[in-house]
Design a binder for this molecule. Structure first.
Ligand code: AMP
Ligand code: MG
Length: 331
């Protein structure tokens, strides 16, 4: 069965085409275009305008790369939420139009659940992980328990990616700043004291961000600040992930979200997993960031498990919670 997935929750518009056979996922194509604001943060309407501009040609390119004529697509899925309203509406409108034109079924999926399921889909040994989902807007520790993906811990203010990007923006770094901060952090091992906010399995970053900006205003070396920012934030993320693993007694940990590209975060979580005798997984980078293939894959497994939607059921949900989804495809 071939599914075309449309991702459009925030800064990226992605079209992915996956072929599903039972539990096995092969990604046939996965095209992504990212909106980069000229200054400031993401403006929802401008991001949506960006998606409108590129979506049609991206669909064409994805079909071409997958060597699939549009008629051979069996299912259309799209990111129904959570995310920015104008961006979600753009992806949903395109999905509805495709579904009606091609006479193929449509399914709206939860973006956060898609980040977890794509890891299970492409990494067959990753069966029942705790997901540390670290992206721009979202930071959550998610695991399956009693029929749902439950959020064991999450940020109480901003996402980790947003924290890095905001720090970068205060220094006039272009968006996204995460990769540049990673490079600068490699230049130092000099730790500057920063606030460490872990509350049970929840976490907060705004105090850390303010303190890091303050160090920069006081002319502390940028390498030291970036190093300390990463060490502090990632240690806190690793701590709440470990706490969720201990609580749920799960033996696997999976990374997802754009910040999962960061080698220091990968190393910290992988060391923690090794020390617990647990296994560490991370999919390839194009499947960690916001992408259409993960949306397609979740659409496929939901459809296989009997989920059906009419156009009327495809209204977007900006505040779509991870634990609102009935996970009927797992025991
Ligand atoms: P997402 O929202 O999941 O697409 O992820 C985007 C976020 O990932 C942005 O906030 C980026 O700054 C961040 N990011 C991307 N690459 C890296 C990296 N190497 N280190 C840290 N953050 C990163
Ligand atoms: Mg995401």
């Amino acid at each position: 069965m071939i599914t075309l997935g449309i991702e459009g929750t925030a800064h990226s518009i992605g079209i992915g085409i996956v072929k599903g056979r039972n539990d096995s996922c092969s990604v046939l194509s996965n095209m992504i275009r990212t909106y980069r604001p000229e200054k400031g943060g993401i403006h929802p309407r401008e991001a949506a305008n960006h998606h409108v501009t590129y979506i049609a040609e991206l669909i064409k390119e994805a079909l071409q790369q997958a060597h699939i004529p549009a008629q051979d697509v069996d299912l259309i899925s799209f990111s129904q939420g959570p995310g920015l309203g104008p961006c979600l509406r753009t992806a949903a409108t395109a999905a509805r139009a495709l579904s009606l034109k091609l006479h193929k079924p449509i399914i709206g999926v939860n973006h956060c659940v898609a980040h977890l399921e794509i890891g299970r889909g492409v990494l067959p040994e990753c069966t029942d992980p705790v997901l540390l989902y670290t992206s721009g807007a979202n930071t959550q520790v998610i695991a399956f328990a009693e029929g749902k993906y439950r959020v064991f811990g999450e940020t109480l203010d901003i996402g980790i990616g947003n924290c890095l990007d905001k720090f970068g923006r205060s220094l006039q770094m272009p968006f996204p700043s995460g990769p540049r901060i990673e490079q600068l952090a490699k230049k130092s091992t000099n730790y500057l004291e920063l606030p460490y906010s872990v509350k049970g399995m929840d976490i907060a970053f705004s105090g850390l961000l303010t303190a890091a900006i303050h160090y920069h205003k006081n002319n502390k070396p940028l390498g030291d600040i970036c190093y300390s920012l990463q060490e502090t934030a990632f240690a806190a993320l690793t701590e709440i992930t470990e706490r969720a693993m201990a609580h749920t007694e799960k033996q696997q940990v999976l990374l997802g979200g754009g910040v999962a590209a960061n080698q220091r975060l990968r190393d910290m979580v992988s060391i923690m997993a090794n020390e617990r005798g647990a296994r560490f997984f991370v999919p390839e980078k194009s499947l960690c960031v916001d992408n259409g293939a993960m949306i397609a894959w979740l659409g496929y497994i939901m459809y296989q498990s009997g989920v059906r939607m009419e156009i009327d059921d495809t209204i977007i949900n900006q505040r779509f919670r991870t634990d609102q989804v009935e996970v009927i495809w797992r025991d």
